[in-house]
Design a protein around this ligand. Structure first.
Ligand SMILES: NC(=O)c1ccc[n+]([C@@H]2O[C@H](COP(=O)([O-])OP(=O)(O)OC[C@H]3O[C@@H](n4cnc5c(N)ncnc54)[C@H](O)[C@@H]3O)[C@@H](O)[C@H]2O)c1
Length: 447
């Protein structure tokens, strides 16, 4: 197998602290990459994928995978027939064989998983379908990948962990924001020690989704219903994932407990009143989700994380993405940094020169710089890394334990909100293995 390269094996192994063991194994066939809370499947020459859910985000992934060497899209499943046909056409237009279509209702992914020889099932369905699809995939011997959040309840998080462990399958949540350029720069600076010891982070998902939630297509068909049923942080992982990687969550550290509170709500009600005329039933819908949800998480190593969620009010987009260490601070929206001894006293600097000097190697990859589909390239990068890891027989960058710990925040915030902010312990999904799992390394994107 010419791709992926031995060089990347070695860099990843070094980053994982497995240098000596893995370097020996490079002479053999199969890398011994099983760290304490890291799973690696045997390397595979090609990755045969079945897609479930090819709406907005699923279509972005299909387009990405059509550009990635070693991928075959073998099957497409959606409850909407024309969406299946659209994805099939995209595959054929890329000069690849037409994938088999599945459109016989909301559980047709089970038939796909049973019938098709696939290495990976990738789901970009509404939140409530992620867990059923991934469980079906793993039970039929496939690896599973999902859009975010992986699960909406703590029980479902445990189910994913237990199934992946028992069946020895990858179960990956595709948190694309971990691959955005500034988040990766921040991870690189943390690893280089330039922020000092990390003390605190601020992150969130602050995105005016009112029009999207009320649309009569796409996410409007399912996302608004969650705002009617639940009060907490429904979408924690875009903000929290990159911070968790910097703070070595599940890899030497873990979330300890959280407290959460929600504000009143009114954004969706007001939007409906102003945008829809009688007798539109959307005017009479009732909502439960507080417009602003704020959560404080404390890690076992004593760091604090402020995590926020607001998808209901007019405001520009932000994930905050602030990291405070003993030597400085980096922050997004707007992007800026202050490092003691390097920046002018008490003043922010732009990130431009830091990108010149400290760009994460994955963002230097020519492939990624060419890729524009999907949130400016980060979606391509996450898809490319997933395939890279599967083909190389490496642990994926995000593990099933990350999927569980980052997604469990959904239910834990709901519980805290419902109990006047009472603190909620975050389960240790690794069952102690976080203590011996090395931090995520800085990997190379070339070769
Ligand atoms: N990472 C990101 O930046 C990002 C961006 C957008 C959406 N998302 C996530 O992607 C997922 C999908 O969101 P979207 O915006 O693409 O929504 P969407 O509504 O456009 O797409 C969902 C698709 O799933 C299909 N579907 C619904 N139930 C199904 C079932 N049981 N079996 C098969 N197909 C089914 C729908 O017909 C639709 O085509 C969500 O989890 C969302 O949170 C992530």
């Amino acid at each position: 197998m010419s791709d992926p390269s031995r060089r990347e094996f070695l860099q990843t192994a070094t980053a994982l602290g497995l240098g000596a063991t893995l370097a020996r194994d490079l002479s053999g066939q199969q890398p011994a990459t099983q760290g304490p809370a890291l799973f690696a499947a045997p390397p595979m020459e090609r990755v045969r994928i079945g897609f479930v859910g090819v709406g907005g985000q699923g279509s972005v992934h299909v387009e990405n995978f059509l550009k990635i060497e070693g991928v075959e899209i073998r099957a497409i499943c959606d409850i909407v027939e024309w969406k299946v046909a659209r994805a099939q056409d995209a595959v054929v237009a890329a000069d690849q064989p037409k994938p088999v279509g599945y459109a016989r209702g909301p559980r047709d992914f089970e038939r796909m998983c049973a019938e098709q020889e696939l290495d990976l099932v990738f789901t970009a369905t509404p939140w409530e379908w992620h867990v059923p699809v991934m469980l079906a995939a793993m039970q039929h011997g496939k690896h599973a990948a999902t859009e975010v959040p992986a699960a909406m309840t703590v029980d479902d998080c445990w189910q994913l962990v237990e199934t992946a462990e028992k069946l020895k399958r990858h179960c990956v949540m595709m948190e694309n924001c971990c691959y955005d350029r500034r988040e990766m720069l921040a991870l690189h600076l943390v690893r280089l020690g330039m922020l000092g010891e990390l003390l605190h982070a601020e992150c969130g998902y602050l995105h005016d989704l009112r029009a999207t939630k009320f649309a009569k297509e796409g996410e409007g068909l399912w996302r608004r219903a969650w705002s009617q049923q639940a009060d907490g942080n429904l979408y924690p992982t875009h903000g929290l994932g990159p911070i968790a990687q910097c703070m070595d969550i599940n890899r030497g550290n873990r979330f300890d407990f959280l407290v959460s509170m929600s504000s009143n709500h009114g954004g969706l009600e007001q939007y409906a009143a102003e945008h829809f005329a009688e007798p539109d039933p959307r005017r009479r819908e009732r909502f439960k989700l507080g417009d602003v949800n704020i959560t404080l998480i404390r890690t076992l190593k004593g760091q604090t994380i402020y995590l926020s969620h607001n998808t209901n009010n007019p405001r520009p987009y932000s994930r905050l993405n602030l990291l405070q260490g003993t030597k400085g601070i980096i922050q997004g929206w707007p992007d800026r940094i202050h490092l003691e001894g390097r920046s002018p006293d008490h003043a922010w600097e732009p990130l431009t020169q830091y990108y010149d000097e400290f760009e994460h190697p994955l963002w230097k990859s020519a492939r990624v710089q060419r890729a524009t589909a999907g949130h400016g390239g980060m979606d391509f990068l996450e898809d490319w890394r997933l395939i890279r890891c599967l083909r190389a027989g490496l642990p994926t960058d995000q593990t099933v334990y990350d999927a569980a710990a980052w997604s469990a925040i959904v239910e834990l915030t709901m519980r805290s909100v419902a109990s006047r902010g009472r603190s909620q312990d975050v389960p240790d999904f690794t069952r102690g293995k976080w203590q011996t799992t090395p931090p995520l390394g800085i990997v190379d994107g070339e070769s």
